[in-house]
Design a protein around this ligand. Structure first.
Ligand code: SF4
Length: 246
């Protein structure tokens, strides 16, 4: 199947944002929508922060570029040092273990393209797909976290949904889903997008737009507060304190 995007229906504003043809507002990144699905408050509080790329992510991402060929930890480490100026030697065992786990699995596919920008003009979303393939499943998202015991994490399911929406618009309806590659576990998990995934994605998309337009974020039913850097900063979701923080 040729890697050829369909003609995109968008109106460029001349600035960073472009607007969907249906007037739904500025384009949103898929990662923003996923972040809102976890906790809208955390998304709103973190919007102004720009965190540097973690060394663990740099190593994982660099290793992913070699999947489908013989893996060599030394080569990956040297390339990662070129990519990220802040190497963390304490992560060498992490890389060695990842190479061991992934190297023992012979069915990794070599990508036909990596870091491919994708978008949906219809839904006003965009993102970057880590690995694209000629055959089903047509794309993979690389994660630097370990895999869950079964399947994929809820947020990763939503990620695949967002990219599938974009790729269906760009390539056709034969794109049904993609894989999540949890390289620290040497695991590749397939996600076929279901109607409930699309409903969840559309709800999170709508909430992201509402927050970006100035609406106060709502506390989720079961917020994932453990290890959240904002614990304690978001207690008052009803009133002044949160709006001042934002
Ligand atoms: S502490 Fe909990 S409710 Fe507050 S921002 Fe973090 S995840 Fe959300």
């Amino acid at each position: 199947m040729p890697w050829q995007a369909r003609k995109e229906k968008k109106i460029h504003t001349g600035r960073r944002n472009s607007f969907s043809v249906h007037g739904r507002g500025p384009e949103l990144s898929i990662s923003s929508v996923v972040s809102v699905s976890r906790c809208p408050i955390r998304y709103a509080l973190g919007k102004k922060e720009k965190n540097p790329e973690s060394w663990r992510y740099t190593l994982t991402k660099q290793l992913s570029l070699h999947l489908g060929e013989e893996l060599d930890a030394k080569t990956v480490w040297e390339e990662a040092c070129l990519v990220n100026d802040n190497p963390d030697p304490s992560q060498k065992p992490f890389l060695s273990e990842m190479v061991r786990l992934c190297g023992g699995k012979n069915d990794w596919r070599a990508a036909t393209a990596t870091d491919v920008p994708v978008r949906s003009g219809s839904y006003g979303i965009h993102g970057t797909v880590d690995r694209i393939f000629e055959n089903e499943p047509y794309f993979a998202i690389v994660r630097s976290s370990t895999a869950p015991a079964h399947g994929v994490y809820t947020a990763d399911r939503l990620r695949v949904t967002g990219y599938t929406i974009c790729l269906r618009e760009m390539l056709g309806d034969h794109v049904k889903g993609g894989t999540i590659e949890y390289l620290p576990s040497g695991a590749s998990r397939l996600v076929i997008v279901e109607p409930r995934d699309k409903r969840r994605f559309l709800q999170a998309l709508s909430e992201t737009r509402r927050i970006d337009e100035g609406g106060l974020p709502r506390r989720p039913f079961r917020p994932p507060c453990s290890h959240c850097p904002y614990e304690g900063d978001c207690e008052d979701t009803e009133g002044t304190r949160l709006s001042e923080l934002l």
